[in-house]
Design a protein around this ligand. Structure first.
Ligand SMILES: Cc1cc2nc3c(=O)[nH]c(=O)nc-3n(C[C@H](O)[C@H](O)[C@H](O)COP(=O)(O)OP(=O)(O)OC[C@H]3O[C@@H](n4cnc5c(N)ncnc54)[C@H](O)[C@@H]3O)c2cc1C
Length: 539
């Protein structure tokens, strides 16, 4: 974009939104151009519209001057690119000022939100109303948006953990400024706009997730009725080979609907990264922690090679039967199966002091680690410092009270390949990923989530300190190797970082269809060019 053209666009945006809602101060722009890995893209301005009409006008100006816009809801897409657009020269369209909860129904269990509504806001909204509905929260910051996460098809912990599977009635502004509603929300006077996902005719919702075809300005999220009973469970696989039978057992239990929510299995590295920062002193400043060192951390801190957690939701009778079936299925395969209800946790908290006096065992640390997990399983977001601790793994600074991984130079790249829920296949994926990370000198932190009965989504993190020279480059090479290894094995990611949005081997006929759609809805090519490379004109 020519300097004069950009200046004219900036002037029109400022006239539209007011100067304070069009930022181009170099320090602010540089913050927004920073992610948890190296990026080179420049942002020309940050626009903060306050209404749908203003979004439409921002788009009109973008089309007039051909300056592309990159929409973010809260812009905390850490590990996948944060707020940074995949291509150079975009203005950031920050939607955080549109933060109203516009509808709520306790009986039908839904809430309708705008893009700026955060996990914290919804949690507090439900609490204030003494609602008996639970939201589903991610393990990220409470300040993350609901719409941004759902648009990336992110996930959480309860039976409603697959976020995009539990939304409907999207209101979408197309790059031309036209607004459409999906499902039956498009019919005047529809009685089922918030409760019917498919509507009638072609279902369009999916076109607007992981794409650049529209700006989602409103969305209905389904909420889970609080069950009569809830109990968490935890168990371990004590060695690397123990994973396959666990996956096979969990698949059977998920398919039979004995288990109805996401089950998370974290390897030892992931657990260590969740409870503390890098043990620099114990490791004599050496990186990475190799498997033999990890074995001694497992012993010292008493966690397993594989560490599973999940929860049971239902009536008391359902839970008691599910506990019996779970214990019977895992017999001889898993160690340390424990059940924990919120009531038992309260008792443990009350007696932790006395317990320590008599046994010398400090339960409080265990409680402080388990309590937020139990909260997540009941739809309560963690605090930012609990959630973001793992991003500071290799940093030598303590985790700040108000963490910001972009600002603090935390290095983090997620890679999230999906595998069929078969023990031997998942074991091979985890072993191959570990080998790649260790080869590059990073701890292979891996979590495996059985979000649906037939698939396991692994989230592999490359976590490092961006302040150490050379680490950015090494981490990116490691990421590319991981991507090659996984896709060669047939494991494609459920979501992508901005650095790899055009690296999948798309069949030409598929790409062409997406490009045709893109050209139709965005003839000026002004919305998020390069995002999931949905036919961006650059290709
Ligand atoms: C320690 C840690 C733990 C994490 N745990 C989880 C987890 O458990 N589950 C999980 O899913 N993620 C997790 N994340 C990743 C990430 O932080 C979350 O997914 C977060 O919700 C995404 O950021 P956001 O909500 O601010 O979305 P945004 O950054 O606002 O949006 C994400 C992308 O969606 C698109 N988008 C956003 N809003 C719109 C819109 N209105 N219309 C059209 N397109 C839009 C944009 O292109 C944007 O880049 C974690 C990250 C860290 C660092």
């Amino acid at each position: 974009v020519q300097t004069e053209t950009l200046a004219a666009a900036l002037e029109q945006w400022a006239r539209l939104l007011g100067g304070e809602c069009v930022q181009h101060d170099p320090a602010l722009l540089s913050g927004a151009e920073t992610a948890t890995f190296a990026t080179r893209q420049r942002i020309v301005a940050i626009l903060q519209p306050g209404s749908r009409a203003e979004i439409a006008d921002c788009l009109a100006i973008a089309n007039r001057f051909r300056v592309p816009l990159y929409p973010v809801s809260s812009g905390k897409n850490w590990g996948y690119g944060s707020r940074v657009p995949p291509t150079d020269g975009c203005a950031l369209l920050s939607l955080s000022r549109l933060n109203r909860i516009t509808a709520f129904d306790e009986d039908l269990g839904y809430v309708t939100v705008e893009p700026g509504v955060t996990q914290r806001q919804l949690f507090e909204f439900l609490k204030q109303r003494q609602s008996r509905l639970w939201m589903d929260a991610t393990g990220s910051s409470p300040e993350c948006s609901l719409i941004g996460n759902a648009m990336e098809r992110g996930f959480g912990h309860t039976p409603y953990g697959d976020h995009f599977a539990n939304v409907c009635g999207l209101e979408v502004m197309l790059p031309t400024g036209d607004v459409i509603q999906t499902g039956t929300a498009r019919f005047e006077g529809s009685a089922t706009a918030e409760v019917s996902r498919w509507g009638v005719g072609p279902s369009l919702d999916g076109l607007f997730s992981q794409s650049n075809l529209g700006v989602v300005t409103r969305m209905t999220i389904w909420l889970m009725p609080q069950p009569e009973a809830f109990e968490a469970f935890f168990f371990r696989g004590e060695d690397g080979d123990g994973l396959a039978p666990l996956i096979d057992s969990l698949r059977r239990l998920r398919l039979q609907e004995v288990l109805r929510s996401s089950i998370h299995i974290a390897n030892d590295y992931k657990v260590l990264g969740g409870i503390q920062q890098y043990p620099w002193a114990e490791m004599g400043d050496k990186t990475p922690i190799v498997p033999v060192d990890m074995a001694s951390f497992r012993k010292k801190l008493s966690f397993g090679y594989w560490n599973a957690s999940g929860a049971l939701y239902g009536t008391k009778a359902q839970i008691s039967e599910a506990k019996r079936l779970l214990a019977s299925e895992l017999r001889g395969q898993a160690g340390g199966l424990k059940f924990l209800s919120p009531g038992k946790l309260q008792i443990a908290k009350r007696f932790a002091g006395a317990f320590r006096t008599f046994t010398g065992w400090d339960l409080r640390r265990t409680i402080s680690l388990v309590e937020p997990v139990l909260g997540l399983m009941q739809g309560e977001p963690m605090t930012a410092s609990q959630a973001l601790r793992s991003a500071y793994w290799r940093k030598r600074m303590p985790v700040p009270a108000e963490p910001d991984p972009d600002r603090d130079g935390c290095g983090l790249l997620w890679y999230a390949p999906v595998a069929p829920a078969k023990g031997d296949i998942v074991t091979k994926l985890a072993a191959d990923a570990s080998e790649v990370l260790l080869k590059f000198g990073f701890e292979p932190m891996i979590s495996l989530t059985m979000l649906a009965p037939r698939t396991v989504c692994s989230v592999i993190s490359i976590t490092y300190d961006r302040g150490v020279p050379g680490e950015d480059e090494k981490a990116m090479t490691c990421y590319s190797r991981l991507h090659e290894t996984c896709t060669r094995g047939g494991f494609f990611p459920y979501r992508l970082g901005i650095q790899s949005m055009s690296e999948l081997p798309e069949p030409p006929v598929y790409t062409e269809l997406i490009r045709k759609l893109k050209r139709t809805v965005d003839p000026g090519g002004v919305l998020a060019p390069g995002r999931y490379d949905c036919g961006s004109s650059e290709r």
